[in-house]
Write a protein that binds this ligand. Structure first.
Ligand code: FAD
Ligand code: DLZ
Ligand code: SF4
Length: 517
């Protein structure tokens, strides 16, 4: 036996598992020695309040942490679990790590790289604070490591998700046949834009009834964070791996076949439609993106789901999810400061209380408060589109998205908000701003028929605000956006408008926005 091996055998390791790292295969647990090591999980006030998270998000994280700790214990692992209300809880990761070091006197600390820059900065202080070596391991739950993305991005003038996604498809041989994309094309987006058929009834979705652990956590949250956004009543998220696997199975069997067709559709009172609802479980680590992609691919191979649905779904996970993580870690910390369109309006109060005459906004914000969820098009083309057109201050809208969704962590939320929704990164992530008038919302939803505004009117007191805000946005941003080839058409239209008409639209948009303050 070499000296190195002897030392390795007697090392006592404190393994730190953060609240969104709840995977048995976590790199920090890879060489766990159940006789000597201790696994630390900490419920801390700072993580519950650095933004005022939706109550369901806190309930989800804490309940899933408690279940995960119980699972580890069942496998014979020594777990040190600090509850939020423990009398000596000091309320932050760093101070709790220090207390745990004093309790266990470990030889070293091991942790998997965190999902947020803010927490990475904390981790970097732990060696000096604790006087112990700290090993920070790569998060192997993703398809692409941070380094893999950086290598792809290096030297490219523009980054486009589509190019990255194709490399990932080849590299991980997902939906490939003989080196070519299955079905002969990479992208089925054009087939995936159907509105919801008026006569169809949305599918009933499997939700998970809160067990005793979740109910205890919910009571704790009402007591401690009762003033936070959102309601707990409709909590139905999977909180264990077993439940998450049931949710995956259910989705693949019942919803995946229609996922592609109705991916962009929106319907009053039906926030879920055929979306998977898997992002909260994925982002906590209860499911791995690999197993989810493979399950979808297997459904296609078995003839149980069409290729446009399966490719559309895989693109979100292997493409967008990996891409936005790469963007975040490659461009932080400057990324969060981006404000390429010089937007500065305050976030209107209706983002929190839902009190607005715009039916689409009321519907999406109401659904968000009730479920801590909206699907991608609701986030991008309703609340995000409004923020873009109204020129809301990027950091304020970014903090809102981080607070209100059960699946929100900076690595995924920030690029989606700053890059995709409000173009604050000036096009690093998306080739054009996703700006749209009311016509888009009308085409993809049934919101407009029950709205106080008229979506067909372009100006006047009855006109849909998205209409004049859209044109006012293009007029205001002309010097920055008119040369973008993907906006050539609307700028050609605008060029035909006399200056008085442009001035009138600007005045109408300003009056509306001022009335919100
Ligand atoms: P589905 O539509 O069923 O998609 C399947 C999976 O693909 C999702 O579970 C998710 O893991 C992944 N995915 C889909 N779109 C994206 C995307 N654009 N980026 C990354 N992954 C994607 N997603 C989050 O997970 N956390 C966030 O905080 C978050 N914030 C967002 C903020 C804005 C402004 C926008 C426009 C999008 C945001 N998204 C975020 C992406 C997307 O809206 C959600 O992943 C999706 O709505 C989750 O619901 P689902 O599981 O039913 O997804
Ligand atoms: C989101 C969250 C919340 C609400 N609470 C905790 C907590 O008490 N303990 C914990 O370990 N993690 C929590 N989290 C998740 C962390 O915020 C997350 O690990 C970091 O943001 C890094 O992604
Ligand atoms: Fe939204 Fe305009 Fe339609 Fe009303 S008319 S629901 S404000 S898009």
């Amino acid at each position: 036996m070499s000296n190195d091996t002897k030392i390795a055998l007697i090392l006592k390791t404190l393994r730190i598992v953060l609240g969104d790292q709840l995977s048995i295969e976590l790199s920090a647990l890879a060489d766990l020695d159940t006789r000597h090591d201790v696994v630390l999980l900490m419920e801390v006030t700072e993580e519950c309040t650095y933004v005022a998270h939706h109550k369901q998000k806190i309930a989800l994280v804490l309940s899933a942490m408690r279940h995960f700790a119980a699972e580890l214990r069942r496998c014979g692992t020594q777990v040190d679990y600090v509850e939020l209300d423990a009398p000596d809880n000091t309320g932050s990761f760093s101070s709790e790590v220090l207390r745990a070091v004093a309790r266990h006197a470990p030889d070293r600390l091991v942790v998997t790289e965190p999902g947020e820059w803010r927490v990475q900065e904390m981790v970097q202080t732990w060696a000096a604070l604790s006087g112990r070596p700290v090993e920070v391991r790569a998060d192997t739950r993703f398809f692409a490591s941070r380094e893999r993305f950086a290598a792809w991005a290096q030297g490219r003038r523009t980054w486009r998700m589509e190019h990255f996604y194709r490399e990932m498809r080849r590299e991980h041989t997902i939906l490939m046949q003989g080196g070519q994309p299955a079905g002969g094309v990479w992208n089925f987006d054009a087939e995936n834009r159907k509105p919801w058929p008026a006569s169809s009834i949305p599918p009933a979705r499997r939700r998970f009834v809160p067990d005793e652990t979740t109910r205890l956590v919910m009571a704790l949250i009402e007591r401690r964070f009762g003033g936070h956004f959102g309601a707990l009543e409709d909590f139905g998220w999977p909180v264990t791996r077993a439940e998450a696997l049931m949710a995956l199975d259910d989705f693949v069997q019942h919803e995946l076949p229609n996922f592609g067709d109705y991916q962009d559709a929106m319907k009053v009172g039906a926030p879920f439609l055929y979306h998977s609802l898997l992002s909260p479980a994925l982002n906590l680590g209860l499911l791995s993106p690999r197993e989810v992609c493979r399950a979808a691919e297997a459904a296609w191979a078995a003839g149980a789901a069409p290729l446009n649905a399966v490719e559309g779904f895989v693109r979100q996970l292997l493409g967008w999810r990996e891409y936005v993580r790469g963007v975040y870690w490659t461009l932080m910390p400057q990324y969060e400061q981006g404000n390429a369109l010089q937007a500065s309006r305050k976030l209107p109060a209706f983002y929190w209380n839902g009190e607005t005459t715009m039916h689409c906004m009321r519907e999406v914000i109401g659904g968000t408060a009730r479920h801590a969820y909206s699907h991608h098009i609701q986030r991008l083309m309703v609340t995000g589109n409004f923020a873009l057109l109204a020129g809301l201050e990027p950091r304020a809208i970014e903090r809102w998205y981080l607070a209100v969704y059960a699946d929100a962590y900076e690595w995924v939320e920030m690029p989606n908000t700053l890059g995709m929704a409000v173009f604050a990164d000036g096009g690093q992530m998306a080739s054009k701003p996703y700006a749209a008038s009311g016509a888009y919302i009308d085409r993809m939803s049934d919101f407009c028929s029950a709205c106080a505004y008229d979506v067909t009117q372009k100006s006047g007191p009855e006109a849909c605000p998205f209409n004049y805000l859209y044109w006012a946005f293009l007029i205001r941003q002309k010097t920055r956006l008119a040369r973008n080839p993907r906006l050539a058409m609307p700028y050609r239209t605008l060029a035909r408008w006399p200056p008085e008409r442009q001035a009138a639209i600007l005045a109408e948009a300003d009056a509306f926005l001022d009335s919100l303050e």
